[in-house]
Design a protein around this ligand. Structure first.
Ligand code: SAM
Length: 243
């Protein structure tokens, strides 16, 4: 369904090698996405070339931005139709991924894909809100990496992702053109939550535009009062001093 040579070369350009099994699995994944999307709303992107750039190559920038050791654990916060989590697992089945979302329907699809792609030992879904996951002992401070795309602004997203990330681990936010503004607004919150911005990496996806990956190291434990309930996260922006 997709042009696998295009995917292979675009992945190479950003620094990710895909073997023949991965390429076959990406093709199957594109088919499943388009098929399920006719029944449940997963994505507005269904044209094969756009799937290659805007879903697959875009998700793979997460693996290109950081050095992810063999067998490392990650959580994809707000995975929706499985992005970036499913492409990460297709490219790196050695990793252990939790694909979390608050919408059960989308996770049924993600589960189906994990099954069909024989990735049940690598990934599992979790139906939960991120701010609830962040206060559970078995999930808090557990993951080597947290990844997230198109879920919330960086300040709110940091309160979702940093509590789940291990001290010494890394939170990678996949962002578009507003990345620098979001960073400026999120700086103080990131510090409060135990994070430190390490680097912002830029990737060009053909002529489909530029992407920014904000790489945040977890340098100290997140204080126990975070994450707060979702209404508070939205209404009382962290790190903004009230006048
Ligand atoms: N990450 C996917 C992508 O890039 O295609 C999905 C993006 S979609 C716009 C946002 C997803 O985040 C939705 O599936 C929504 O259910 C999920 N979401 C938003 N807030 C969340 C929260 N607090 N906890 C868990 N999931 C959340």
């Amino acid at each position: 369904m997709i042009d696998i040579n295009l995917l292979k070369s675009e992945a190479e350009k950003i620094g990710v090698e895909l073997n023949s099994t991965a390429l076959e699995n990406f093709d199957k994944l594109a088919e499943m996405l388009v098929d399920w999307n006719s029944r449940i709303n997963l994505t507005a992107i269904t044209e094969p070339t756009e799937i290659v750039y805007k879903h697959f190559a875009d998700s793979l920038t997460a693996l290109a931005a950081v050095d992810v050791p063999q067998g490392a654990s990650f959580i994809d916060v707000g995975t929706g139709g499985g992005f970036p989590g499913l492409p990460i697992l297709v490219a790196r089945p050695d990793l252990k991924g939790v694909l979390l979302d608050s919408t059960q329907k989308k996770l049924m699809y993600v589960d189906y894909c994990l099954n069909k792609l024989n990735l049940n030992d690598s990934g599992r879904t979790l139906h939960m809100r991120a701010e609830e996951a962040g206060i559970k002992v078995q999930l808090r401070n557990r993951f080597d990496f947290s990844f997230s795309r198109a879920v919330a602004n960086l300040r709110e997203l940091s309160e979702y992702c940093l509590p789940l990330t291990k001290v010494g681990g890394t939170f990678v936010a996949l962002k578009g053109t507003k990345a620098q503004e979001e960073i400026a607004e999120a700086k103080e919150a990131i510090k409060i939550l135990g994070g430190e911005i390490q680097e912002v990496k830029q990737f060009f996806l053909g002529d489909m535009g530029v992407r920014y990956l904000v790489i945040i190291k977890k340098v100290s434990p997140t204080p126990p009062k975070y994450p707060r309930a979702s209404a508070k996260i939205a209404k009382e922006p962290l790190g903004i001093v009230k006048k």
